[in-house]
Design a protein around this ligand. Structure first.
Ligand SMILES: [Zn+2]
Length: 300
């Protein structure tokens, strides 16, 4: 991918997502619920389940002579994660420069950690590609317009795209016109957060960073103290002052939270109707920093 700028990670992410979307257009795949196996099949790439992968391995891309094959891990029994894993390997196949890099020096197998678990730029790029392939912006935004804002929209879109809630929530923050923040947390700490453009318009906010503490009185902090509720995908919702989460001025909104099951983490969605007319900021340094510090894992 020498033709893409490496110094601007957010621009690079956008360009990679666009490459996935262009592939979908070229293939005539304009609906949500893309089947990455069928796409692989069209390109004569054999896809097989591999139940005995090492911990942390999401899948593999193999290159033998002129043939390519994908194996995907099944230790996480979640269709969304497996589809994301296959799409990640397709990213390695389709993205310019990836096969050359991964199979240089006669290597025949590349082992992947899909789901933003790796700091390796090639792994990240394959993850971005997977996001764009499974959640292309046009159809995703059209589907979003038919939904209410917040967790309900994410649950519905996750079902339509057959993607994990975490992956869908990140894409939702990327593409919604509403003021929204999505936060993944575990115990008393934030794992990562993503803010929509409209939410970024809120003045004086501080982004919740990895390792920062959850607001002590939040519904999220309360849910996280009960592992059984997290495992059972229990939900809660209520009013919230956004400044409890984001600092800045006091703005009332809604906090919705859901346990992410055996994954052991929770998803929080903050929304507000009170800053609807906020200026839509252009890409700024905050966003770039956030992409840099972005380490979610898409296991559910
Ligand atoms: Zn990989």
């Amino acid at each position: 991918m020498t033709s893409l700028p490496r110094r601007n990670p957010d621009l690079r992410r956008k360009l990679i997502i666009q490459q996935a979307e262009k592939l979908l257009k070229d293939e005539g795949l304009e609906e949500l619920g893309i089947d990455p196996k069928a796409l692989a099949d069209r390109h004569d790439i054999l896809v097989e389940a591999k139940p005995d992968t090492a911990p942390g391995v999401s899948g593999m891309l193999m290159h033998v002579n002129t043939s390519f094959g994908i194996k995907y891990a099944t230790h996480i029994d979640n269709e969304g994660f497996q589809r994301f894993s296959i799409s990640h390997e397709l990213g390695h196949y389709f993205l310019e420069g990836h096969p050359e890099h991964l199979f240089s020096g006669g290597a025949m197998v590349h082992t992947s950690q899909a789901g933003f678990a790796s700091a390796d730029p090639f792994e990240r790029e394959a993850d971005y590609f997977a996001s764009g392939l499974l959640m292309p912006s046009g159809p995703f935004e059209r589907a979003l317009k038919r939904e209410q804002e917040g967790l309900g929209a994410i649950l519905s879109l996750g079902g339509q795209c057959k993607c994990s809630l975490t992956a869908t929530a990140i894409r939702y923050a990327d593409l919604t016109a509403d003021a929204a923040a999505v936060i993944i947390s575990q115990g008393a700490q934030v794992e990562f957060a993503f803010l929509s453009e409209a939410m970024k318009g809120l003045g004086g906010i501080v982004w919740p960073r990895k390792g920062s503490s959850l607001p002590a009185r939040s519904l999220t902090a309360k849910l996280n103290t009960d592992a059984a509720r997290v495992r059972a995908a229990d939900r809660d919702e209520g009013d919230v002052d956004l400044s409890d989460w984001l600092s800045g001025s006091s703005v009332m909104g809604a906090e919705e939270v859901i346990g992410l099951g055996t994954y052991g983490k929770t998803l929080t969605v903050l929304t507000t109707r009170n800053i609807r007319d906020a200026t839509y900021g252009d890409d700024d340094d905050d966003e770039e920093d956030l992409v840099e510090s972005w380490t979610p894992r898409f296991k559910r």
